[in-house]
Design a protein around this ligand. Structure first.
Ligand SMILES: O=C[C@H](O)COP(=O)(O)O
Length: 252
């Protein structure tokens, strides 16, 4: 695992099926993230869908899989993590919607990381808090890095409510900067997402994020329920590449 300053920021594109995975790869996505947008911000795909996407990607990029915006039920969520880990992914992402404190988050992440180790020692855990935590009653993102550090490879902030409000509209830049620093201080990579548009992605880059996660801005018509467009992914990647100063070093 490497954090910011040692690698170029990666573009992670969330896809719901093999066709979208192939389109995202063709546009230059660095990480293919399996997600079912119909089931929420970090909606889980079915195991057969995750496995089909892993096969379609053919190791051309790391694949991550979301396992849901989960309740505070460590055993149940650990089983979901175990399921995802058997599908050949590199990372499992868990959305901490039902945990309210750092202690609850740590307990849940402990359970999931144990399940991942049972399945395959190479599958890493990504813990996600929400920028609009105050609205949905979930964990304060600034409590996440400390809770996640013993169990996760990286942390993510996304938005829980997909109403078009971006990460930067939900959280002050100073808070996001602090979150990134907290991750890096603990050796975690930091990913940012939440209806990010091209300008937001460049802002995330300037702040030192390691990964940006995008779906809406990469979909036809800018609709999260639309299909991933190779051309839109290409545009996002080109704008990112033109702002990257250092050559690309593998993060994963
Ligand atoms: O992990 C990233 C999310 O899929 C972001 O989705 P979004 O750009 O639609 O907010």
């Amino acid at each position: 695992m490497q954090s910011s300053g040692r690698s170029a920021m990666k573009l992670m594109i969330s896809v719901r099926d093999e066709q979208e995975a192939v389109a995202a790869l063709a546009g230059g996505a660095d990480i293919i993230d399996v997600k079912n947008p119909a089931e929420g911000s970090l909606g889980a795909g079915r195991p057969e869908t995750i496995a089909a996407i892993v096969r379609a990607v053919q190791a051309a990029a790391p694949v991550s899989a979301s396992i849901g915006d989960v309740p505070n039920l460590p055993g149940t969520v650990a089983l979901a993590g175990l399921g995802a880990a058997t599908c050949g992914v590199r990372l499992v992402k868990v959305g901490l919607l039902g945990t309210r404190t750092g202690a609850e988050a740590a307990n849940l992440l402990d359970a999931v990381s144990g399940a991942l180790r049972m399945a395959n020692g190479t599958v890493g855990l990504v813990a996600c808090a929400y920028a609009d935590a105050a609205l949905v009653g979930s964990l304060d993102p600034l409590e996440l890095p400390e809770a996640a550090a013993p169990f996760a490879e990286g942390c993510l902030i996304d938005t829980a409510i997909k109403d078009g409000r971006t990460l930067f509209q939900c959280l002050p830049e100073a808070t996001i900067t602090r979150f990134i620093q907290q991750c890096h201080d603990r050796g975690l990579f930091c990913a940012l997402a939440g209806s990010l548009q091209q300008a937001d992605i460049l802002r995330a880059l300037a702040l030192g994020a390691d990964i940006v996660g995008v779906r809406t801005a990469a979909c036809e018509g800018g609709q999260r329920s639309g299909s991933i467009s190779t051309k839109l992914v290409e545009r996002l990647k080109a704008s990112l590449s033109s702002h990257l100063k250092s050559p690309c070093v593998p993060l994963l």
